[in-house]
Design a protein around this ligand. Structure first.
Ligand SMILES: [Zn+2]
Length: 359
């Protein structure tokens, strides 16, 4: 068994190649849903699915890497470790593990948190036949989140506007305004979309093929970028004392935190993948947690997202400053230090192996 850092890859193409190699070594099949676009080096990209255990297992554990594109480095490293180090070789009877590598493969490949539609896939699962949610708080800060340029004067004015909002309403209100999900600014941050994305449609296919007929579906959706460096938080959208919450605590331990109570680092979201999968897996019980690991401080992460969004919206992807912006974004979600990689990898492996034992 190698230490956690050895399961991290330098880029999406390498992570994908290593997934295929690790699966081949264990006789596992990789089912690839090819994306219509390509990666930055012209490489093919795909939402890749691997199942270990029987197709008709009554209890299934779904592992998701890269719902937020660039955050996929963490989940991909956990999945690689699970397969390559033999953690899935002896599953309990009646249990199957389904792994999705690159839920949003375009964002993973292009070092973006969002999909090719500039959509946050974890805000995209609303019912688009109904009126879209309107979050007026986002409107008040939309210009500050997409400044005209990244020149110091422009950024200083944008930062002052965000500070003013935080002073008037509190930092938690600013975080919620930015991150909860918005459905009116297609060029903004945390945009939930005007319709289902390619990735949402493919995930519906995956659910139909790999989750139907199960009695219980447990999900770990791997995320990074929120919280204290190198530590993890298990997050549920279920209300405390609900059956969903009780199952989450049974499987993942009593450190699970709910977004409904304010105890979680995360704001309560609209259009989350959790809601989407609940609809797709009915009548099975669904126990969904996000494992969120901390990287850099919140302001650094938001600044990296803002700069990257500006880069794409301003069409300057081939400009001289692009590489530095991309490097900052990757660092904000997948720090390169071995210490960080070892710590979060161990958190991921423990979370999954613990859940398998109790499923
Ligand atoms: Zn995330």
């Amino acid at each position: 068994m190698r230490s956690g850092q050895h399961h991290f890859s330098a880029d999406y193409a390498t992570a994908r190649r290593r997934l295929v190699e690790a699966c081949a070594a264990r006789g596992l099949t990789v089912e690839s849903h090819r994306h219509p676009l390509r990666g930055p080096s012209g490489e093919p990209i795909a939402l890749d699915v691997v199942r270990v255990g029987p197709a008709d297992a009554p209890r299934r554990l779904l592992l998701l890497a890269g719902t937020h594109g660039v955050e996929g480095y963490f989940g991909a490293a956990v999945i690689h470790g699970l397969i390559a180090d033999g953690h899935l070789d002896h599953l309990p009877r009646g249990v199957a593990v389904v792994m999705v590598h690159g839920v949003n493969p375009w964002g993973f490949a292009w070092t973006r948190r969002v999909t090719e539609e500039n959509v946050d896939l974890n805000r995209n699962w609303i019912d688009f036949s109904a009126p879209r949610p309107h979050h007026q708080d986002y409107e008040r800060i939309a210009d500050a989140l997409l400044p005209e340029s990244l020149e110091p004067a422009s950024l200083a004015a944008a930062d002052a506007a965000l500070r003013h909002f935080a002073r008037s309403n509190g930092f938690a209100a600013l975080q919620a305004a930015v991150t909860r999900g918005q459905y009116h600014f297609a060029d903004g941050l945390y945009f939930g979309g005007f319709g289902p994305t390619w990735a949402r449609r493919r995930m519906a296919d995956v659910a139909a093929a790999h989750l139907s007929g199960a009695e219980h579906v447990a999900v770990v959706d791997f995320h990074s970028g929120l919280g204290t460096y190198g530590t993890g938080e298990l997050i549920t959208i279920a209300a405390p004392n609900s059956a969903d919450h009780e199952r989450a605590i049974h499987l993942f331990g009593d450190t699970v935190k709910s977004t409904l109570t304010g105890e979680s680092l995360s704001a309560h979201l609209t259009g989350s993948l959790d809601e989407g999968l609940a609809a797709l897996t009915r009548p099975a019980h669904l126990t969904f947690v996000a494992l969120e690991v901390g990287t850099r401080d919140g302001q650094t992460v938001i600044a990296a997202l803002r700069d990257d969004n500006w880069l794409h919206q301003s069409g300057r992807l081939n400009s001289g400053g692009a590489a530095a912006i991309k490097a900052r974004l990757k660092d904000a979600f997948a720090p390169g230090e071995a210490e960080w990689q070892d710590r979060v990898h161990a958190l991921g492996i423990d979370c999954v192996t613990g859940a398998i034992a109790k499923l």
